[in-house]
Structure formats: C-alpha cells, structure tokens
Design a protein around this ligand. Structure first.
Ligand code: PLP
Length: 349
C-alpha cells in the first residue's frame, strides 16, 4: 500500500503569498517605513555580534527584556515566538486537548481556525453581527452551551479594523473560566490594550507581534500571561524557536522607543488622510458602500463589487486584500495612498 496523506492535510495547499510585479503593495499590513540609516547601522552592529556557531538563547532573555521595557510588563511573563503565528499554534496545541472546544469569531484572523483544525479541536465559530463588533454576551452564551475551553480573537480586529472596548474584554475575562487569548497584533495603532493587566489574571494570554508596527522580516511575536501559563508555554514551544539574528535585531528595535513612536505617528497621520480621502470618494461613488473607522494600520471598506475592484486595482499595479464584499487596504506612504485613491477615482462609477 502506498503511503496516504491523512484526512486533515490531504486537500491542503501551501499558503501562497501574492507574487508578481505590483509597484504598490497595500495587501499585507506591513509598515511602509523601512529603518533609517542610523537604525540600520545599529541592526548591522548587533548582527555582527551574534555567535553564529551557537544555538540561540532558548528563552530570548535580552529580547524579552527589551519587550518588557517597551510595553511596561514583567519580562518573566513574556514568551517570544517565531512570529505570533507560531505562538498561536503552540497555544492551541498545548493549552487544549484533542476534541476540546475552541471558540473563534468571524470575520477574524483566519489562522485561528487553521491551527484549531490542525490540532483537531472542536471548532465553534460565532458570526459577528452586522456592526462587525465583538459581542461579549454571545461569546459567554456559546462558551456555556459548548463547555468551551478557549476563545481567541483579535482586537483591533484583522480584517474589520475595529477595536473592542478594553472594559468589554476585561468583562469577558472576568465572566469566564475558559482561557481568553487576546490578539493585540494591531494595538500599537489603538489605545484599548489590556497587555499590562494580562499577568494579573488566571485565564489570559495577550499576543503581540513586531510584524505590523516595526518589522515583518524578523518574524517576532510575544505572548504575555501570568507566570504559570508562561512556564507552560515555554515548556511547550520548541527550545530554540527564535533565531539569534532575530533576537538581536528585535532587541535593537524595541530599545528605540522614540523612533518607534515617531514611525507609528506617521502611520496614524497617513491613516487619517487615507480615511478622509476614501470617505470623500464614497460620498461621490455609489460603488463604495461603507468605509470603516480604523484602529489599525489598514482600512476596511465595503464595495458593491469588491472582487471586480480588486482585479481592476491589480491591473493598475496596486495590490490590496479582498474579502468577498470588502477590501482591506494597508495604510501606505503618501505616494502609495495617493496612487490608490487616484486609481479608485478613475475606475469607480
Ligand atoms: C499579522 C497578524 C498576526 C501574525 O503576526 P506574525 O507575528 O507576523 O506571525 C497575528 N494576528 C493577527 C490578527 C494578524 O493580523
């Protein structure tokens, strides 16, 4: 008998990042700002100090210290990961047992369901209401009904760009025994973080990433939780999960608080301009149904025919992400945003 792939993998295909020649890339929620010369030099110096013949620091201590100073949390409550994607996989694979119920929301970040299915969890997905907000009451009801062991969601949310009021998140945490995993990947662009409270709860993990505000290249994510959960995650992850080069670069970047805050201000400035330009366009073009207020580094907008607009933008060399009725547009440089708005103005009736 030939070897057969098992059921859960046999129909899967590799993740295909968008390839091809698109001069304006507004599809992946990366920062549009590359490190300046001074920071680049500091990065190079840090890389040249790496012991390339040795394994990395298994607990990424210097990196976690830089993270804890930047965000004001205890470094003993931080677990570093090879992107927060890896941490999502480790959390689902280690904090749940096969067949446990995991609640996700929709629309939300698709990788939660992906890792849940890989780990053979019982997945319950709650559809968000028309307003696309996280509804804590709905989560609590579903958790009881299904005896759920974990809920995971993003705030601010990818792809809706909406943040959940921190008091609502805290109410959810206090009203349940299940593990609440709060993915704050975009919280650097908003102000409703519960990161500093995370370790004071029995049942919380907050996820962070360097990918959206700082650097997507170095693949760094962080989980913040109390020491008991932190020890469990450190035990469950593969020992040398974050390579030495990324550890060194991440520590340099997180130690540059002023520079980082300046970059984030630029993103927020461009977001405000892009939001204004798109709402203005929406008032003239009936094909744009709704532009959502953004708490992230992207703008979510509903179109009458999002797929057609997506294709038309591609043909003009502009890449955004399409979600059936919506487009998700990463905030770019002023030139990139102008190119997008000009293209939309031309192609929309
Ligand atoms: C981009 C993103 C991540 C993944 O971050 P990495 O650290 O690059 O793996 C996690 N959660 C959400 C909601 C994201 O949008």
């Amino acid at each position: 008998m030939p070897y057969e792939l098992c059921d859960k993998i046999k129909n899967m295909t590799p993740y295909e990042p968008i390839c091809g020649d698109y001069p304006v890339r507004l599809d992946a929620n990366e920062s549009f700002i590359a490190p300046d010369e001074e920071l680049r030099q500091k990065i190079m110096d840090a890389v040249s100090g790496v012991s390339f013949n040795r394994y990395p620091d298994a607990l990424a201590n210097d990196l976690c210290k830089a993270f804890s100073l930047y965000y004001g949390v205890d470094s003993g409550c931080v677990t570093a990961g090879n992107g927060s994607d890896e941490l999502i996989s480790v959390i689902i694979g280690s904090m749940l047992q096969k067949g446990d119920t995991l609640i996700t929301l929709s629309p939300d970040f698709s990788m939660y369901r992906f890792y849940g299915e890989m780990a053979e969890m019982n997945m319950v997905t709650l559809q968000k209401d028309e307003d696309l907000q996280v509804n804590v009451e709905d989560i609590l009801i579903a958790a009881k009904e299904h005896n759920a062991k974990m809920v995971i969601f993003s705030t601010p949310c990818n792809p809706t760009s909406l943040v959940t009021d921190r008091n609502e998140v805290l109410r959810l945490i206090r009203s349940t025994d299940m593990l609440v995993v709060v993915d704050e990947a975009y919280m650097d662009f908003s102000n409703q973080s519960i990161l500093r409270e995370a370790a004071s709860f029995e049942n919380v993990i907050v996820l962070k990433t360097c990918s959206k505000a700082f650097s997507a290249a170095i693949r760094l994510g962080f989980a913040v939780s109390n020491k008991r959960i932190t020890n469990a995650l450190r035990a469950a992850k593969s020992p040398y999960n974050v390579n030495s080069v990324s550890q060194a670069i991440g520590a340099v970047i997180l130690n540059e608080a002023d520079y980082n805050h300046d970059c984030i201000s630029q993103v927020l400035q461009n977001r405000a301009e892009l939001y204004q330009a798109l709402t203005k366009l929406a008032s003239k073009k009936s094909q744009i149904i709704k532009v959502y207020q953004s708490d992230t580094n992207f703008i979510f907008a509903e179109f009458q025919d999002a797929t057609a607009v997506h294709t038309a933008l591609m043909n003009k060399g502009i890449m955004v992400r399409c979600f059936s009725r919506h487009l998700r547009i990463t905030v770019g440089s002023k030139d990139e945003n102008n190119a997008l708005v000009t293209a939309l103005a031309e192609l929309l009736k």
